[in-house]
Design a protein around this ligand. Structure first.
Ligand code: NAD
Length: 248
């Protein structure tokens, strides 16, 4: 039990990578405060361990403030919520820009700002932010505001790491390549409409992975467990690529 005695906070824990991470944290003995926009999706987590589930829209500043006030000091914060906008700069109007930045960046800022003081005062901890290989690391077509926002997550991560390094706070970013998840299925269906079918679209996503396969949420969860645990105690400010060689 690598996380026994730790309290972890996970956003977007209802499905995909967030769900896998919440499940892995529970399996490793953590007490988990799991939230999602859609409370229904959090069902089933309670059978896995000591979990507290909450409906939370991380773009709602007031709701986030009330939520963080209600939490005990955590040792782990996993900021997972994020959204993939499809298109170039010319497809991204102000509304799309604001939506992506609110969800992918501002929400993480609010969670960190809200929880870091209690983490620090209780002896420190590990903040893990979900970025992406598609950011400042790897260019992907039609990912204009997504890449901009995920690059911002990397900058934010490094800033928190350097500012609080002497106060027991570690902060790292996870940068996956393409990982199987419900929202990826949506992107495959969307691309399928313009390339002649979902199967063709899936092949295109797989083809861009040099390993010839997509990542699995469990693989990202294993990395998150390591970053949350004391095993990674000398690791801060890093961008942890887990992309099947996509960015090589
Ligand atoms: P997903 O997109 O399938 O699920 C996202 C979850 O977030 C859902 O449960 C949804 O209800 C929740 N959510 C959406 N809006 C929310 C809000 N405002 N407040 C709280 N919760 C909200 O999951 P995924 O594809 O595993 O993506 C999770 C994270 O991983 C995202 O930040 C994404 O950008 C990042 N990521 C995913 C991939 C991938 O290929 N799947 C690759 C790199 C990075």
């Amino acid at each position: 039990m690598r996380l026994k005695g730790k309290t972890a906070v996970c956003t977007a824990a209802g499905q995909g990578i967030g769900r896998s991470v919440a499940e892995a944290f529970l399996r490793e003995g953590a007490t988990v405060h799991a939230s999602d926009l859609d409370a229904e999706k959090l069902r089933g987590l309670d059978s896995l361990g000591d979990v507290h589930t909450t409906q939370l829209d991380v773009t709602d500043g007031q709701a986030v403030a009330a939520y963080v006030d209600s939490l005990p000091a955590p040792q782990v914060l996993f900021n997972c919520a994020g959204y993939v906008h499809h298109g170039t700069v010319l497809d991204c109007d102000d509304e799309s820009w604001d939506f992506s930045f609110n969800l992918n960046v501002t929400a993480m800022h609010r969670m960190i700002r809200g929880l870091l003081p209690s983490m620090r005062d209780a002896g420190g901890g590990s903040i893990i932010n979900m970025s992406s290989a598609a950011s400042s690391i790897k260019a992907a077509p039609n990912r204009y505001v997504y890449m901009a926002s995920k690059a911002a997550v990397i900058g934010m991560t490094r800033s928190v790491a350097v500012d609080f390094i002497r106060q027991g706070i570690r902060c790292n970013a996870i940068c996956p390549g393409t990982v199987e998840s419900p929202s990826l299925e949506g992107r495959i269906a969307e691309l399928g409409r313009s390339v002649g079918g979902a199967e063709k679209a899936r092949e295109m996503f797989i083809e861009r992975q040099p390993m010839g396969r997509l990542g699995r949420p469990e693989e990202v969860a294993a990395l998150a467990v390591w970053l949350a645990s004391d095993e990674s105690d000398f690791v801060t400010g890093t961008t942890q690529l887990i992309d099947g060689g996509w960015s090589l």
